[in-house]
Design a protein around this ligand. Structure first.
Ligand code: ATP
Length: 640
């Protein structure tokens, strides 16, 4: 896979063993990746670069990987790059001796701030050449930028960026600015980076061993290596831990070295939607399964560490401990003696203490996310635990759900109004499931989760949207299908009475493979005046001067104004149809894209960030299922 053409060729991109990796070597790799759309080539370019890093300067591997995925720390530490475009334009202008107006005008013309910076630098006459940038230097400086806060932080950030820009040569400028924008835009998905990392380690280990492997053997070792790294990473999603462990222990011992650890959130197992009880039974025929209430709250992965501390993580591995300070005092009441450490999967649901009943998600979403003081809490939260993933020093992921559930109940206990186990029933017929579903809805839940209890598929599969967990929501049963979580990428200004708000919104899904936001529908109806005002207040500060280069609106006209990809809405649609205009899931069901018909706003999903919106593959899957149910035409009407 390593053709000659994948080798960096410029003098400044090579370095001697033991020397810091030049930033130019990394950006030369980015350029090659940018020039292709073929996944195998992208992976090969990156692998080639990483092999060289491992062989010559392994201490720079971690920082190199971080710059490739454009992150500075594990996801759960929430240390974000992503500097607003106005700040970047200011830094570019000041660093390259151009006015803000000139930078703005050029950005409007070419739509890529990286290119604007590149052009500005190229035009600039420099008197002396500074020392070439290194990967570690860029990483450290970017981290400083991200960590700068407090008094005059904007000015200090601009200062740091300007100093870095002054040292950039050629294409480095472009990629540095894109890193700062929060998006490299070279089509390098994190999944691909992870596979390349694994391939690089296998390749370097193989070269070092001096053994000769056949082509088949090499390809099978690469594949196994990638599977191991992906699986370890979903259990312990921290490059800070995985990369050094790979270098110290090699692929073969990675799993022993990196295991689920309380304090580090694992990626949660996800469920597939189903449209009818009969579909559940078809999937689970002859298997042992269980039905649980599907609570309508927020997922909470709760870690109880041996030192007695409690950490709460969201579905996206965001640290929510400060959002739920009450858990720190409440949880110990639910722990039985001899339980030293654990990780549970649970749903946090708003709770009416007087009427002793569950409240809808909207109530929960009124709670503040930051700086919450236990004494100020108005909306009480009840926890419903449905899984146990780790107990007293041991990961339980390989055990089946029946065993995990038994251990959960053995080591924790219900506390009135605070903590309980998810209601469950091992129903097995349509009537039994229907009766349990009706009860769940009467009790204020969204429906049921149906899960494999024993046998193959009953283990906990981190990060997988698994067919061994099925969601059965009351909404689906009305024939409308699953809802979609979509990113608001643009808005049209209102007309007539509504000139002070947006009158319509343009929505997109995120494709993690290409790093693009693909337009799927527009919503312009069904909003109250009050809702429109709230959306205006949220979205107005996110207005962009320019369409992002990674927004793919297909053949659509596009909105009056584009937004930063920050706001996620849950949307329900009558059905899906193939679209000659929109670009969502293009190529997955023929060469047309897919659009939502009669989309309707359900709620804001502030527990999801833009890159966690519904993926094109899920949209394609929903379309295919609809096509099957309507007899192959894919044009099923609502109500069916
Ligand atoms: P997804 O999490 O599948 O991407 P989503 O965030 O829109 O989609 P839903 O489609 O509503 O969520 O369903 C899955 C979520 O249901 C879980 O992530 C979890 O927060 C919640 N949930 C409630 N009760 C349970 C339960 N008993 N078992 C598992 N999850 C449950």
């Amino acid at each position: 896979i390593f053709s000659k053409s994948s080798k960096p060729d410029k003098a400044q991109t090579s370095w001697k063993a033991g020397e810091p990796v030049p930033y130019a070597a990394l950006t030369a790799t980015f350029s090659k990746i940018d020039a292709t759309t073929k996944r195998l080539e992208i992976s090969a370019y990156l692998t080639h670069f990483l092999v060289e890093v491992i062989e010559k300067t392994p201490e720079d591997l971690l920082k190199s990987v971080y710059l490739c995925i454009n992150r500075l720390a594990p996801e759960y530490e929430s240390l974000e790059l992503g500097i607003g475009e106005s700040l970047l334009m200011k830094a570019i202008g000041e660093s390259c001796g151009r006015s803000l107006a000139q930078v703005k005008a050029e950005y409007k013309k070419i739509g890529d701030l990286g290119e604007v910076a590149f052009n500005s630098r190229t035009r600039q006459k420099t008197l002396f050449k500074s020392k070439p940038l290194t990967v570690r230097q860029v990483f450290d400086e970017l981290k400083k930028v991200a960590k700068t806060s407090g008094d005059k932080s904007q000015a200090r950030k601009v200062g740091l960026i300007k100093a870095l820009l002054a040292k950039c040569e050629g294409e480095e400028t472009k990629f540095l600015i894109r890193s700062l924008e929060g998006k490299l835009r070279i089509g390098l998905a994190e999944k691909t980076a992870l596979v390349s990392l694994a391939h690089a380690v296998v390749t370097a280990e193989h070269a070092k061993s001096g053994k000769k492997w056949s082509r088949e053997r090499l390809s099978s070792e690469l594949e196994t290596g990638a599977e191991i790294v992906k699986s370890v990473f979903s259990e312990i999603p921290s490059y800070d831990l995985v990369v050094p462990a790979l270098l110290d222990n090699g692929i073969a011992h990675l799993q022993e070295a990196c295991q689920l650890t309380p304090g580090i959130p694992l990626k949660p197992m996800l469920a597939k939607p189903t449209k009818a009880i009969s579909e559940v039974l078809d999937r689970f025929e002859g298997k042992h399964f269980t039905c649980e209430y599907k609570y309508d709250g927020e997922r909470a992965q709760i870690h109880f560490l041996e030192d007695g501390s409690v950490r709460v993580f969201s579905r996206n591995s965001e640290d929510m401990t400060v959002k739920y300070p009450e858990f720190v005092t409440q949880l110990p009441r639910a722990i039985k003696p001899h339980t030293k450490s654990f990780v549970i999967d649970a749903e946090a649901v708003a709770w009416d203490t007087e009427e002793r009943r569950l409240l809808e998600f909207q109530k929960l979403s009124t709670r503040k996310r930051k700086d919450v003081k236990a004494e100020d809490i108005k909306v009480k939260v009840h926890l419903f635990a449905f899984d146990l993933l780790y107990l007293n020093g041991e990961a339980l992921l390989e055990k089946n759900l029946r065993e995990r559930r038994a251990l959960l109940r053995e080591h924790l206990q219900a506390v009135d109004g605070e903590f309980a186990f998810a209601q469950s029933e091992d129903a097995s017929t349509v009537d039994e499931i229907q009766a349990f579903l009706d009860r769940s809805i009467k009790d204020g839940c969204e429906g049921l989760m149906v899960k494999m209890l024993e046998g193959e598929g009953a283990s906990y599969e981190p990060s997988r949207r698994s067919i061994h967990w099925l969601k059965l929501k009351k909404d689906y049963l009305q024939g409308v299908g699953d809802s979609f979580d979509l990113v608001v990428i643009g808005g049209d200004y209102g007309k007539g009475k509504r000139t002070n708000v947006y009158g319509a919104f343009h929505l997109a899904c995120y494709d993690p493979d290409s790093g693009t936001y693909q337009m799927i529908c527009k919503i312009g109806t069904g909003f109250s005046d009050e809702a429109l005002k709230t959306h205006w207040e949220t979205l107005k500060p996110l207005e962009l001067a320019q369409k992002k280069a990674y927004y793919d609106v297909g053949g659509a006209k596009g909105p009056d104004v584009y937004f930063e990809p920050k706001v996620v809405w849950e949307v329900l649609a009558a059905d899906l149809s193939l679209s000659p205009i929109y670009s969502a899931a293009k190529g997955l069901c023929g060469d047309r894209g897919i659009s939502l018909r009669f989309p309707r706003f359900l709620r804001i999903r502030d527990d999801k960030d833009a890159e966690q919106s519904t993926e094109p593959e899920q949209i394609a899957e929903a379309y295919r299922r609809q096509a099957i149910q309507s007899g192959g035409g894919g044009k099923k009407r609502k109500g069916g």
